[in-house]
Design a binder for this molecule. Structure first.
Ligand SMILES: *[C@@H]1O[C@H](CO)[C@@H](O)[C@H](O)[C@H]1NC(C)=O
Ligand SMILES: *[C@@H]1O[C@H](CO)[C@@H](O)[C@H](O)[C@H]1NC(C)=O
Length: 228
């Protein structure tokens, strides 16, 4: 194999490693969005009971997400993750975020329901849900399917099996491509080797003939000498 052949097979091996790496750790590379699945508040911090609370979620350094529908105590609000104000936040690695649930106030500082470290590792249930329950304040369920360790990334709650299958197909496709590239490299290498062998043989033959001719010359000279 020539240096170029070696080079191209090394490129395909690197490509293969990269693909395997990508398929094994989708969560490390892709970002994982967190949506609100359901919420119940047990308490509002309004002094005047008639005033409807303005509940919002915020991670430090990020935008506030106000929940426009959440107005009543002890009512479960369920969401599908596609609402205009979703998602709440996004993880791009394993790092936690300082997040909280608050109530906006017009005339005094905002009230805090709770504030805590929200981590990708919290989403360790197989359905990608994480329940944050505070006895007097609220029961929140977050959803982050891509945060679940060791499970294939999935965007839709209704079709995890389809996603899994698609991912399997994806890996099979990658393997097929890698095998095809390797086979191509081997064929090219073999052809190059044959060509090189042929060239070498021709070269050797030419050299042999040249030697032969040179030998004739010497013989001629010797013949001349003999005559002289
Ligand atoms: C925060 O809100 C601003 C203005 O509404 C928007 O331009 C920005 O992209 C938002 N940032 C994030 C991280 O959503
Ligand atoms: C909190 O809400 C979740 C989802 O609705 C529910 O499964 C869970 O039992 C609730 N927890 C409490 C303590 O009410």
């Amino acid at each position: 194999m020539s240096i170029r052949e070696l080079g191209s097979s090394r490129v395909s091996v690197n490509l293969f490693t990269f693909c395997v790496f990508l398929s094994c750790f989708p969560g490390l590379i892709l970002s994982a969005i967190v949506t609100l699945d359901s919420i119940v508040i047990y308490n509002t911090h309004e002094l005047i009971k008639a005033v409807k609370p303005r509940v919002y979620f915020e991670c430090r350094g990020e935008n506030k997400t106000e929940f426009p529908d959440v107005k009543e105590k002890n009512v479960t609000y369920k969401f599908n993750g596609e609402e205009s104000w979703q998602p709440l936040t996004e993880f791009s690695g394993k790092k936690c975020k300082r997040c909280g649930l608050y109530e906006a106030d017009t005339f005094k500082p905002d009230d805090k329901f709770d504030e805590w470290e929200l981590c990708p590792s919290d989403f360790n249930a197989s359905d990608g849900k994480y329940v944050r329950f505070n006895n007097k304040e609220f029961n929140l369920t977050f959803w982050c399917p891509k945060c679940v360790p060791g499970s294939p990334a999935s965007n839709s709650p209704t079709a995890p099996h389809k996603e899994e299958k698609e991912k399997g197909m994806h890996i099979v496709l990658i393997l097929l491509i890698v095998v095809a590239v390797l086979a191509f490299c081997i064929v090219v290498g073999f052809v190059a080797y044959k060509y090189w062998q042929k060239k070498k043989r021709e070269h050797d033959q030419a050299r042999f003939l040249k030697l032969f001719e040179d030998g004739d010359d010497i013989e001629d000279e010797m013949g001349l000498d003999h005559i002289i």
